[in-house]
Design a protein around this ligand. Sequence first.
Ligand code: ZN
Length: 310
Amino acid sequence: MAEFRPGDAEQTAFLAELLEARLLIDSGVPGVYGRGEGFERVRHAFDAKVTAAADLDDPERMAFPPVLPKRRIEEIGYLKSFPHLAGTIFSFDGDEEQAATQEARAEAHEDWSEFQAQTDLCLTPAACYPVYPAIAARGPLSSGGVMVDAGGSYVFRHEPSGDPARLQMFHQREIVRIGEPDTVAAWRDSWRDRSVELLRSVGLDASFDVASDPFFGRSGRLLARSQKAQALKFEVLVQIAGPEPTAVASFNYHQDHFSGTYGIVMDAEDPTAHTACLGFGLERITLALLRAHGLDPDAWPTEVRGELGL
Ligand code: ZN
């Protein structure tokens, strides 16, 4: 079990305010909240802003459910890099007698996991993962590649925490670029500036920095160092309730990781295709806006409300 990380005093106080204002709704499990109307209005408003910004590049839209065939996380090595964050789906697999025992144990809130068997599904850990095999299945890409707006699917990370900005289930608004290495690198560089501008336009003090993923274990620390040294990951940071600024968007340049796994190639003399993705954490951005402008979106500065169409 992933260990519960309590929030610090400021994070705990902010969470209490959000619950009190009915912006978040407690579920009894840390990091899993229902959302009130005000929260959802803001989240959808920022989501629409990302859609409008992405439309300039005329992306192809795709949408996927928040579950993924478990085969997908097996083939991309997710369990090597992030075994501690993955969530898999189990279901009952037994006879009537076992069903009765399971029910009795469940009623008493005792352990009933022995009657559960792993299904073919896991919870989606990153909204871009289903995009790569979908593109690969089409065959070689023509010059310029593709840009996919993968929408704002719910993703799961098993990291229970008392920090309202660290949720177990949240919306990752992902845009994916697949094409020639130069094309993908140029796309990432242009979006690095655009994403910072997007966040500043709604009154958030955003900046970007080179970052690394929370890879698992000792070998993970080496991976993280090499990822940082090669500047493969950037984050856009905003102050929410933590002592340090929180990442609200991240760019990942995967080089040929996904194209190699799925056989994505260019229809050209040099078939090398690279991939990169940009993900906005919609809940974190919503929380940053509530933190910066107050808990009542109707009382936010006119300029900010205008930018968000609130
Ligand atoms: Zn991604």
